[in-house]
Structures are given as structure tokens and as C-alpha cells.
Design a protein around this ligand. Structure first.
Ligand code: 5GP
Ligand code: ZN
Length: 112
């Protein structure tokens, strides 16, 4: 499958790793929208949040269980935002489910 983030997980495309375990991978976004902008992804290919179901949701629960530690390690003591873009209307550009972890400054009040 020709998936950019699957290639990053396999190390075929270089990335700046922040965290990794057997189920998830976290790395710096190549075009950061905030002082801290990390992408957190499941190692299994799930195309978007719209593809999450009872068969594959355990990895997403694990991913969310790791977010506080990743955020703390990045120094996000003042808070942070978790965002996932799902589908064309949300401008999802990479079709491997990813959660943007954003912080390091006061973020905008608007999300749309
Ligand atoms: P989306 O627009 O799908 O929500 O987010 C995709 C994100 O992936 C964007 O923020 C974009 O900057 C990031 N991105 C795209 N290609 C690469 C890449 O090759 N390496 C890294 N580290 N980030 C990427
Ligand atoms: Zn993938």
C-alpha cells in the first residue's frame, strides 16, 4: 500500500521520532502549526477516524492513554490541543489516521 505514514513507521521515509512503542508512533510534523506539533499514529493502517470500529479501537484507546506522557515530555504544562482531520471537508491530506498534538503557546479559540 502506498501510504506515507506506513512508510514513516517502517523507516523508509525519515522522521523526527518523539515516542514509539509496539502499537503507536509519534513524530514531529514537517510543517509545524505551533511551537510543539507532534503527529501520533497507530502502527496499523487505519485510514481515518471514520474507519475506527470495535475491531480496531483498542489501539486508539492505547494511543490516548499515552498522550498525557507524550505531552508532559514535550513540556506542554499549560495545556494542548488534540485534533484529527477526517475526510475531505476537514482537509485530511494523509489517509492514515493521525492525531495532531499542538501546543507551546496560547492556541486560537476557533477550531474551524
Ligand atoms: P492532515 O492535513 O491530514 O490532517 O495532516 C497531515 C499532516 O502531515 C500535515 O500537518 C503535514 O504537515 C504532515 N506531513 C505531511 N507529510 C509529512 C512528512 O513527510 N513528514 C512529516 N513529519 N509530516 C508530514
Ligand atoms: Zn498507512
Amino acid at each position: 500500500m502506498d501510504c506515507l505514514f506506513c512508510k514513516i513507521i517502517k523507516g523508509e521515509i525519515p522522521s523526527n521520532k518523539v515516542y514509539e512503542d509496539e502499537l503507536i508512533y509519534a513524530f514531529r510534523d514537517i510543517n509545524p502549526q505551533a511551537p510543539i506539533h507532534v503527529l501520533i499514529i497507530p502502527k496499523t493502517h487505519i485510514a481515518s477516524a471514520d474507519e475506527v470500529n470495535s475491531e480496531n479501537s483498542a489501539v486508539i484507546a492505547h494511543l490516548f492513554a499515552k498522550i498525557p506522557a507524550i505531552a508532559k515530555e514535550q513540556g506542554l504544562t499549560g495545556g494542548y490541543r488534540i485534533v484529527t482531520n477526517c475526510g475531505d471537508d476537514a482537509c485530511q491530506s494523509v489517509h492514515h489516521l493521525h492525531f495532531h498534538l499542538l501546543g507551546g503557546r496560547k492556541l486560537s479559540e476557533t477550531m474551524s
